[in-house]
Design a protein around this ligand. Structure first.
Ligand SMILES: [Zn+2]
Ligand SMILES: [Zn+2]
Length: 431
């Protein structure tokens, strides 16, 4: 479930409410579009404290790590996956609620900003430790007796949500509900642990203009890649700014098609002597008659660049990676398409022919390589136990748009025949 955040327009100050995944703020009042980037890499939000008539003696903020995304596990029992949405305490302090439960979803959060009278407790648990805990709580650990070979977290959101605490008359209270905490910890111990606001937590705002040509960039709130209509370069969100990403398009001859984005990642796995498409077909025991050209075709993993349910994400990535020999060589955008991906089908375009936005970043897609390899293995026993020791050497990802044709309730990829239910895309956008 999405979290709502109240952002203020940095240009005119007008309030705007956005989803937690929103990287672009487009102000309804002044029309200015701004790129939001967390200086330290993580978005930080505050649960709004209740206004209390009594003056608190002290005011603290406790970090909770929030993860929303997919978890895949490869074990001796096969591949399992699930969607996870969790907010777990990230500081070692007895007496705190272990999770924020549904509270973040029920309130509108604020971006964390420096409050002079507030002190911040340290984030002493790593995201990995917090996720491991969430998996145990969710009963998703490998079953007893089963060997766990690989676990991948493909996150859509990783952020820190702070719970305000107040000290009043020597007691610690939950700053949102006003209820006393069953704190074992003497409130006097808190100041020693807390620290002031760190500048790297501040959210930074930058103008939505192309770093190359200065053109105004147009982006939907959740776009992770934005196309410049001026110079036709594509930019992916990276750290505090934008980094250029190579992109191609497998253009469809004609007809009503929809372009869906995929990350194309060159992969080599030395321990399996895996470097060409032919190697992949052989090592994973595909029932395909190998063609001689395949041994000269460098191996690429094709991974959906959009949020989908875990099962579909895996199916689509698996079928396109195995079907890559059917795809035409994706070209640099054809001169006729120089207007950028968004205007590929501008003439007579329908709403559906707009290229689908990139909602899953290249870094997250790269986390899926070993899971996809496991899913492709026709004889799991030959590949799965080897996963822990495999070193995946991956190259620079590029973005490729593939045409999908509308057939009834599905979008069908023109070259590989892979079908994707339209409802799956709608669900993925809301996920
Ligand atoms: Zn504004
Ligand atoms: Zn440009």
């Amino acid at each position: 479930m999405d979290i709502r955040v109240e952002q203020g327009c940095p240009q005119c100050g007008a309030p705007a409410e956005q989803g937690e995944d929103s990287r672009w703020l487009c102000c309804a009042y002044c029309g200015v579009r701004t790129l939001l980037s967390p200086a330290g890499g993580l978005f930080r939000y505050l649960l709004p404290p209740a206004t209390n008539s009594a003056e608190p003696e002290d005011y603290y903020a406790v970090p909770y790590l929030r993860f929303k995304g997919m978890i895949f596990q490869v074990s001796s029992q096969g591949i399992s996956h699930r969607l996870i949405d969790t907010t777990q305490v990230a500081t070692e302090l007895p007496g705190l609620p272990p999770s924020l439960g549904l509270r973040p979803q029920a309130m509108v959060l604020r971006p964390l900003s420096a409050a002079p009278d507030c002190r911040y407790l340290p984030q002493s648990r790593s995201p990995r430790a917090v996720l491991k805990k969430a998996i145990q709580v969710g009963g998703f650990s490998a079953r007893p007796g089963g060997d766990l070979y690989h676990r991948a977290y493909i996150g859509e959101s990783l952020s820190v949500i702070y719970l305000p605490l107040v000290r009043q008359a020597g007691r610690l209270l939950d700053g949102v509900s006003g209820l006393p905490l069953a704190a074992i910890l003497p409130p006097a111990a808190l100041p020693g642990q807390a620290a002031p606001f760190a500048p790297s937590w501040q959210l930074s705002h930058s103008a939505a203009i192309c770093p190359h040509c200065g053109w105004d960039l147009e982006a939907a709130a959740d776009d992770l890649v934005v196309h410049c209509a001026g110079c036709h370069r594509a930019w992916q969100l990276a750290g505090q700014g934008l980094r250029q990403v190579e992109w191609q398009l497998c253009a469809a001859a004609a007809g009503a098609v929809r372009y869906l984005p995929f990350w194309r990642i060159p992969v080599q796995i030395p321990a399996l002597e895996l470097s060409s498409f032919s190697d992949l077909v052989q090592r994973t025991n595909q029932p395909l008659v190998a063609r001689s050209a395949w041994s000269r075709q460098p191996l690429q993993f094709w991974i959906p660049a959009m949020k989908l349910r875990p099962k579909l994400f895996l199916q689509l990535g698996r079928r396109l990676t195995l079907g890559q020999w059917r795809l035409p060589d994706p070209a640099e955008p054809h001169p006729a398409h120089r207007g950028g991906a968004r205007s590929i089908l501008a003439a007579g375009a329908t709403e559906n022919s707009e290229p689908y936005p990139v909602t899953l970043g290249a870094g997250e897609a790269g986390q899926a390589i070993k899971v996809l390899l496991a899913a492709m293995a026709a004889s799991p026993r030959r590949i799965h136990p080897q996963l822990p020791r495999l070193w995946v050497q991956s190259g620079v990802p590029s973005l490729c748009y593939l045409p999908f044709e509308e057939r009834g309730q599905d979008w069908v990829q023109l070259h590989c025949g892979v079908a994707l239910a339209k409802s799956a895309l709608r669900f993925g956008r809301l996920m």
